[in-house]
Design a protein around this ligand. Structure first.
Ligand code: G4F
Length: 304
């Protein structure tokens, strides 16, 4: 499903899924329009529905709480309500988030860890998670939530810190940038590869019973660690380029996230295949290649 504005300008708006566009049938609809979602369910009669759409940039949710809450909460409600009416047998996946844990009450976080979201985005994901559980319990929908920790890839948006760093490294090498401005370097995240995490999503919908699962690597690294690894790969000294800028600090920060995916491992047989060093390497190498810079393909030694 894609908004009409995106369908009309695919090279700009859908560029990141360019390589698979030919294998997809995109339907015009908007998360903000219940009728448009309803019509798609009626036309497609899907067996599985992966609801990943959202205003997903945490930082932006501080600038515009209203549209984040409206789109994310109503959008999830619209999808679930339409699914229940039109295709109640359709299996449903909701993209929950480790941001729901926010100011964490235990380390590592598991499915039963109490939620304490720290942003409108996190709050909207808790609401979506509760809606999903309630549709499962009240209406018998096969509805599951993945509580996914940060998952990255070379297709990550440039505003997220991982891609900001790896694209920054490439631009510094290419002589297009001489400093990289970042916010809180001490924040820690459990970063995995999106490629691995979509397998967990799919796997949840193949189970007989719907349920909720943490999907994480179990290892946490700071933003500084990510910087050191990415710059280290190309032999640059980050101290010469990184500038901390208050503009990129958040009014309420999630300091540390680290998940325990034991349940996903036991029930789904899921394990991440790409480690932190492999992820950083793949992102740096891809961003460098896009600017015509070739790096050796050997994996980095993980630091930090
Ligand atoms: O890359 P981020 O913007 O991702 P964040 O906020 O952790 O959210 C991502 O992961 C969630 C899962 O936990 C998803 F639900 C969500 O949709 C999204 O995909 O920021 C990561 C960390 C933060 O602590 C932030 O304060 O990096 C810190 N950071 C430091 N400097 C920065 C920057 N983040 C951004 N975006 N830009 C900076 O310059």
């Amino acid at each position: 499903m894609a908004r009409r504005v995106a369908l009309e300008d695919p090279s700009r708006r859908l560029g990141r899924i360019g390589p698979v566009l030919g294998r997809l049938h995109l339907h015009a609809a908007s998360l903000e329009s219940f009728p448009s979602i309803y019509q798609i369910f009626r036309a497609v009669q899907p067996e599985e529905c992966y609801h990943l759409a959202a205003q997903s940039f945490v930082s932006y949710s501080f600038d515009d709480e209203f549209s984040t809450l409206n789109t994310n909460i109503n959008g999830t409600h619209f999808v679930l309500a339409a699914l229940k009416d039109v295709v109640p047998k359709c299996r449903f996946y909701f993209a929950g988030s480790s941001e729901m844990f926010g100011k964490v009450t235990e380390i590592p976080q598991i499915e039963t860890t109490r939620f304490h979201p720290r942003s409108a985005y996190g709050i909207s994901k808790v609401a979506g998670f509760d809606l999903t559980r309630n549709y499962r319990e009240a209406y018998g929908i096969h509805a599951s939530s993945g509580i996914l920790f940060n998952h990255e890839s070379p297709r990550r948006g440039f505003e997220f810190v991982t891609r900001k760093i790896t694209s920054g490294v490439a631009r510094i090498l290419a002589g297009q940038l001489n400093e990289l401005r970042l916010g809180n370097l001490e924040a820690k995240r459990d970063w995995g590869h999106a490629r691995d995490y979509v397998e967990a999503m799919w796997s949840m919908l193949q189970q007989e019973q719907p349920d909720d699962y943490v999907v994480a690597t179990g290892k946490s690294h700071s933003v500084s660690d990510f910087v050191r690894n990415a710059f280290g790969l190309v032999g640059l000294d980050p101290k010469k380029f990184i500038v901390t800028d208050p503009e990129f600090y958040r009014p309420a920060e999630v300091q540390i996230l680290v998940g325990n995916a034991a349940k996903a491992q036991a029930t789904l047989g899921w394990r991440p295949k790409t480690d932190f060093a492999g992820l950083v390497h793949e992102m740096v190498i891809t961003d460098c290649a896009s600017l015509g810079i070739t790096l050796p393909s050997a994996k980095s030694a993980e630091t930090g």
